[in-house]
Design a protein around this ligand. Structure first.
Ligand code: C5P
Length: 413
């Protein structure tokens, strides 16, 4: 399976001779399933042409902060929000200095300031420039801000010198990008995620369903896996690539999803119910294709089992997270759901206006018993990571509370 499947990587290229390696890097990232958009500084275009990167990335290359046409197509803020990860390779000494000072005088530096995505920087420069205290101070400042440094390697340099400052090879950068997204915060924790729509057949060829793409649930499963959890994804019919190292159980109907989820709910620690389970199904399923008639027909619908509520009602339930897609009264409905289904957390999203179902982007309001947090509009990958941060914090708090509770002893008189 591809380790960067469905990941959106914004590759920044700055003006150094090592920029030629960015072409190969773009290919390798795409080989791993990533979608790549390239942003080049003007100096980078002196070393390698935007046309090369456009052909290899399959997307237009962005170079100019003040280009009206480019800004109209995908503005710098939109690009900053689009990215799940920003990688600058190669990063020159000058770019690192500008980044460390928070400059925003070209497209790439502005993007780096405007993005909430993790930022990875692969330096490439002459060994003296790398070892210069000014560069070392700048690099230390970047690291203190949580920016990940990839390399540099040591060895022969294009300038004829030998020492530290070589750009890592593309086949070293790709695994480093994959590894940079990984933590072990959920090591040993079993997470189950449900995702996608369900199909409720009314005859062998027709069904009731909804617009869910499954993207949010898949992104949550990937984020959980990247946090070191062992993840099972119970998925309705979708067209997405399965996330790497995640066990996928494919189901079609709400009844099948119910059985698959309940079969494992007792042995999992966290259940995140991102599936858009059909609320109703036809009371009867015709064994043969229903014939068209002149008159209209009526379907008699019955409720499907509420999987999430059943999991939350188990004697020893996992930490249970529900989703709520709402078109109105978001906060009230989400809080009601939290209480009524006895959940640990609800992630509510407003559907419509290009957000929510079948869309790349989303915004979430997350509620738990005594708190809430807003996650602003972003890609579903980034939101999933942010949501998982909140889940991990609340889950840890809950498990440490439970381990501090005095043991209950039965007293008989
Ligand atoms: O009550 P409502 O359908 O709005 O709740 C949405 C949440 O409940 C989602 O997390 C969804 O996955 C879950 N759900 C479920 N089984 C159903 C309907 C919804 O698990 N039959």
């Amino acid at each position: 399976m591809k380790s960067l499947a469905n990941q959106r990587i914004l590759l920044g290229i700055t003006g150094g001779i090592a920029a030629y390696k960015s072409a190969e890097l773009t290919r390798r990232l795409r080989d791993q399933g990533a979608e790549v958009r390239v942003v080049m500084t003007p100096a980078a275009t002196e070393f390698i042409t935007p046309l090369t990167l456009q052909a290899l990335s399959g997307n237009p290359v962005h170079t100019d902060l003040l280009d009206h046409a480019a800004e109209a197509a995908m503005g710098h803020i939109e690009l900053a929000r689009w990215a799940d990860t920003v990688v600058v390779a190669p990063a020159t000494a000058n770019f690192i200095a500008r980044l460390s000072n928070g400059m925003a005088d070209d497209l790439l530096s502005a993007l780096c300031l405007a993005t909430a995505a993790p930022l990875l920087v692969a330096p490439a420069m002459n060994q003296q420039m790398w070892q210069n205290p000014a560069t070392q101070e700048n690099v230390a400042r970047l690291q203190a801000r949580g920016i990940t440094l990839l390399g540099p390697a040591s060895g022969d340099q294009a300038c004829g010198e030998t020492g530290p400052g070589r750009l890592l090879e593309p086949d070293e950068i790709v695994p480093a990008i994959i590894a940079a997204g990984r933590t072990s915060r959920l090591a040993g924790v079993k997470v189950m995620v449900s995702a996608g729509p369900t199909r409720e057949f009314i005859d062998p060829v027709r069904y009731l369903s909804n617009r869910s793409s499954g993207r949010m649930g898949y992104a949550v499963a990937r984020a959980a896996e990247q946090s070191g959890a062992s993840v099972t994804l119970v998925s309705g019919p979708v067209t997405l690539a399965p996330p790497a190292r995640v066990r996928v159980v494919e189901v079609v109907s709400a009844a099948q999803m119910h059985d698959s989820v309940l079969a494992e709910a007792r042995s999992c620690d966290i259940f995140i119910s991102a599936a858009a389970v059909a609320d109703y199904r036809s009371r009867e399923k015709a064994p043969q294709k229903m014939k068209k008639r002149d008159a209209g027909i009526s379907l008699s619908l019955e409720k499907t089992p509420d999987i999430l509520a059943e999991v939350a009602a188990l004697a020893n339930p996992p930490f249970t997270v529900g989703f709520a897609a709402e078109t109105e009264n978001l906060a009230r409905n989400a809080k009601q759901k939290l209480a009524k289904k006895n959940l640990d957390m609800v992630a509510a999203n407003r559907v419509g206006d290009g957000l929510g179902f079948d869309s790349d982007r989303n915004a979430l309001e997350v509620y738990w018993r005594d708190g809430s947090q807003s996650l602003g509009t972003a890609s579903k990958e980034l939101l999933a990571r942010q949501l998982l941060e909140i889940i991990v914090a609340r889950y840890r708090e809950q498990t440490s509370e439970q381990s501090h509770k005095p043991a209950v002893t039965e007293v008989s008189d």
